[in-house]
Design a protein around this ligand. Sequence first.
Ligand SMILES: Nc1ncnc2c1ncn2[C@@H]1O[C@H](COP(=O)(O)OP(=O)(O)O)[C@@H](O)[C@H]1O
Ligand SMILES: [Mg+2]
Length: 297
Amino acid sequence: MTINIFSRGPSLYSTQRLVEAGVERGHQTTVVDHGLCSPSLGEHGPSLLLNGTPIPKPDVSIPRIGANITNRGAAIIRQLEVLKVPTTISANGLLLARDKMSCLQVLAGNGVQVPGTVLCFTLHEVRRAGKTMGSYPIVVKLLESTHGVGVALAHTPYQLERIAEGFLRLQDRVILQEFIAESDGRDIRAFVVGNEVVAAMERKAGPDEFRANMHRGATARQVELSAEDEALAIRAAKIVGVEVAGVDLIPSNRGHLIMEVNASPGLEGIETHTGIDIAGVIVEYAVNKAFKLDLNL
Ligand SMILES: Nc1ncnc2c1ncn2[C@@H]1O[C@H](COP(=O)(O)OP(=O)(O)O)[C@@H](O)[C@H]1O
Ligand SMILES: [Mg+2]
């Protein structure tokens, strides 16, 4: 089969591993920089341009869209959908996963337990929500944070206002969230591919840190999820519409809550800590999907 991996970084660990996995399985695997792609429509039908020239349609595509290029990435995936190229993520799934609030809204609307969360558009709303939420600290988040960069902890109303004020200069909205103190800096990353959790790890935030992101110095260890947690992670990924997903669960006094569904989860941390060939599972999933669609199964 021909596989296009859409990635901006051919030398990134995750991209290299996917290429390796594709080649090992005998597929013609190409990295395409979606930062140079544009969708095109016209008299001769739709096509996907790379540097202005149409590229041949692959049998299947695996998009790895970074958070700083979500809109272009979604437009490229939309074009793949138009061209009937199977992909491992839909354009709508990517857009939903990238908006933390919309993602939590849709999850909550489907009965999934999420942390107490308020979306605020003004400093006045932040002040009021801070009062209503009552107990400090309060977590303040940018809508499109990654690697924990847009996630901060406010211990006082003064800090809450200052952090929110800064975030509101970057985006027109800010998220306030109940701080799950009992998680003790831990969360669980469940790596979902299709209908399966293929690996899971518990991440523990480094010293003086509450964010359990690997990029923030968290440590990790492989864990076995209960059948219930596996079902929860798979369900969350399905609701958001992401077939290859890093679903983050946070342990709380009222059970495991879903914190977010990552649409382009990194492979390095999870492969290193679990020893599982996740790239291989993703490639096989993508190829299988293409086969099934081809046979109209
Ligand atoms: N409400 C919360 N209570 C406790 N810890 C949290 C909360 N929200 C986020 N965290 C910690 O911060 C990390 C980053 O938050 P997250 O919303 O996943 O942002 P990002 O998308 O930048 O990773 C989480 O993995 C978790 O360890
Ligand atoms: Mg996260």
